[in-house]
Design a protein. Structure first.
Length: 287
């Protein structure tokens, strides 16, 4: 005998399905719109102004190396190669629809107009910003920087001191525009292969593996910490300096406010290596 349903049963079933669907939708909406305030090493992005709409929390790397989202399809943190520390974008909303942000107490956020950390940019210090201003709905990539690596010019015209084994690269001459700080101890891009896994070379930033969280081709000035040298290369991977002499490199151990005044030139940087000139301390053997 074929089962039959009455109009009343069909109505009850339809209502039940609708209630379940609405409940599931409500839970999804809560997950996408109710982001907690950021922890010190986090930022929260919102689709709409005044912290409305879909939201997404992004984290600084656990080793406190600047963390970047290049904005390419399926992009990851280009600095995330070591131990497969990748920080993928979530897909709750499009990257170019960011309208408000909250920034944790230990980082600052930079939003870029173009992918790969290029073009005009806007910086956001720790705090809450109900509207991101001119870059509203125009962010194509972003970088999260720990405040101890803030290389920007301060309001009084000074800069934070660079320590041994630290350099800062600037977009504009006279140490202006966007900047990023690198250290000789940073496990950045892997450029050699050991067995079946990539081996990171500390202190190396190589545009062959991504732009190094900075539009390298626009580098126009550098600051160098004490007892530190930085080797800048124009083309290819840094190791090419040894096997391709036509790939010009130059070493600096002092600040250069205008790279165009040097043989290296400005807007030509492709890769670099930071080296501390202080002897490494050896562990004292236990007696």
């Amino acid at each position: 005998m074929t089962p039959t349903t009455t109009p009343m049963k069909e109505l009850v079933l339809t209502l039940a399905i609708t209630v379940v669907a609405l409940a599931v939708q409500a839970n999804v909406a809560d997950a996408r719109t109710n982001c907690p305030n950021p922890e010190p090493n986090q930022v929260v992005l919102y689709q709409l102004a005044n912290f409305q709409g879909s939201c997404q929390t992004l984290n600084l790397r656990t080793d406190r190396v600047p963390t970047g989202y290049a904005g390419n399809d399926g992009s990851w943190d280009y600095n995330g190669s070591l131990n497969n520390l990748y920080y993928n974008w979530d897909t709750l909303f499009a990257r170019n629809s960011i309208s408000s942000v909250r920034v944790g107490a230990s980082v600052y956020l930079t939003l870029f107009y173009y992918r790969n950390f290029a073009g005009d940019h806007a910086d956001f210090n720790p705090g809450s910003y109900p509207w991101v201003g001119w870059i509203d709905d125009q962010t194509a990539s972003l970088r999260i920087t720990p405040i101890e690596r803030d290389c920007r010019r301060r309001a009084d015209g000074t800069f934070g001191a660079l320590g041994t084994g630290e350099v800062a690269i600037y977009e504009d001459s006279s140490y202006g525009g966007d900047c990023v700080q690198w250290r000789a101890t940073d496990p950045i891009f892997p450029i050699t292969r050991s067995g079946t896994s990539w081996t990171p070379i500390r202190g190396v930033v190589d545009a062959m593996w991504g732009p190094g969280l900075f539009e390298a081709a626009s580098a126009s000035a550098i600051r160098v910490g004490s007892s530190t040298e930085v080797r800048l290369c124009r083309n290819g991977q840094l190791i090419y300096d040894q096997i391709h002499p036509e790939y010009y490199c130059e070493t600096f151990n002092v600040d250069v406010w205008r790279l165009s005044n040097t043989a290296f030139g400005n807007d030509t940087l492709n890769s670099l290596k930071v080296t501390s000139l202080l002897p490494q301390r050896r562990p004292v053997p236990v007696q």
